[in-house]
Design a protein around this ligand. Structure first.
Ligand code: UD1
Length: 344
């Protein structure tokens, strides 16, 4: 058995896929999650795939005493992958203090407790949102950080600064910051996937719900951008590919190999896809039509962003494997599974 890893937010979308990959690589996993945006049933899906039910503690990372007790009860945690956070851009504009508490205080609590419990490394979930609209595409890790467009985006920037300042102060642990582009899709088994609460804000769950007939029509936010078909461009990355990058990152941060005490990597495919291309790829791959209409631009949207993933490719030895087309099929299979279960 390899080392014990704490996954915060481990019943969430990216967290649950990462738990599966950690278990496949032989790690022992402890999940903490406050279940504010996920369901405890996810544990069953994880167990179906891997045959192992991870240890689960329902806990909010704001609860420092609770965290301390969890580290004592689960002695020997060597690394943390920190997903737990609030992530709805619009909501963060309405409730900024909730975002600052949920996304900043939680990280500070973990960083403060790490030396006390001998935790040697932390992998942090950041986002390409820190680049804003990059001046040069594809965007590399040394591109300038642009002023955040929302409290959510700001928390990711501040989180990164908190980590760097802490590491530079000489603490006895290391960190890897992962900047995700747009994670989509589901596990190929369709046992776990994205489970949005209420009306989805993100493109793929809205698209698959529309294809299923749950939503009448998908709104495409703008077709007058400076892109080949006028709709926005993103770099859509398969969630299992993304999860695998976390296994490499935790191995690296806990390993003997020399690395800078804090490193940052883009996790994307390197391919930019427009919203209309994505809808088209979904319709072609599944044979299911997605009713859609062009509407006004969405406030705060970035026109185009896609990754230069060369650093992750070369330094981590990680490359996104799955095509957008195949990934869309996994998202559709997951939506169909939810229907079978009577969930959505
Ligand atoms: C957003 C956040 C990003 C965050 C991520 C987390 C912004 C600017 N960025 O990414 O920081 O990490 O969510 O979930 O808010 N679209 C439609 N119709 C829809 C929904 C989306 O056309 O109903 C378009 C959007 O205009 C965008 C693309 O689809 O071009 C992707 O949107 P979305 O899935 O919401 O992700 P981001 O906005 O890229």
């Amino acid at each position: 058995m390899k080392k014990k890893i704490l996954v915060t937010g481990g019943t969430g979308y990216i967290g649950s896929h990462t738990v599966v990959e950690l278990q496949a690589a032989g790690y022992e996993v402890v999940i903490i999650d406050n279940l504010s945006n996920s369901n405890v049933e996810v544990l069953k899906g994880i167990e179906k795939i891997s045959g192992i039910c991870p240890t689960f503690v329902q806990l909010d990372c704001n609860d420092k005493a609770g965290l301390s007790k969890m580290f004592t009860d689960n002695a020997g945690i060597k690394g943390i992958i920190h997903f737990a956070a609030s992530k709805a851009v619009g909501e963060s504009v309405q409730q900024p203090l909730m975002y600052y508490r949920n996304n900043l205080v939680t990280l500070v609590n973990l960083l403060e407790l790490m030396p006390e419990f001998g935790v040697e490394g932390i992998v942090f979930s950041s986002s390409c949102t820190v680049y804003g609209q990059p001046d040069i595409l594809p965007v590399t890790e040394d591109a300038p950080i642009k002023p955040a467009l929302s409290p959510y985006g700001n928390t990711k920037q501040i989180n990164e600064e908190i980590i760097r300042d802490t590491i530079y102060s000489g603490v006895p642990f290391k960190s890897i910051i992962l900047r995700y582009f747009n994670p989509i899709g589901a596990h190929p088994s369709a046992e776990i996937g994205e489970l949005p609460n209420g009306v989805p804000q993100n493109l793929i769950p809205y698209l698959t719900q529309t294809a299923m007939g749950i939503r009448q029509e998908l709104s495409v936010y703008g077709n007058d951008y400076d892109t080949p078909d006028g709709s926005c461009i993103r770099d859509y990355i398969n969630v299992v590919d993304l999860a695998k990058a976390h296994v490499i990152a935790i191995e690296r941060v806990l390993g003997e190999k020399s690395l800078a005490d804090v490193e940052t990597f883009n996790l994307g495919t390197g391919r930019g896809v427009t919203v209309l291309e994505l809808i088209n790829a979904f319709e072609t791959g599944t044979g299911v039509k997605v009713p859609h209409k062009i509407v006004e631009r969405r406030e705060g949207d970035i026109e185009k962003v896609w990754a230069n993933p060369k650093k992750a490719n070369e330094v981590l030895g990680w490359t996104a494997q799955e095509s957008v087309e195949d990934t869309l099929l996994t998202a559709w299979n997951w939506q169909k599974r939810l229907r079978e279960k009577g969930i959505q």
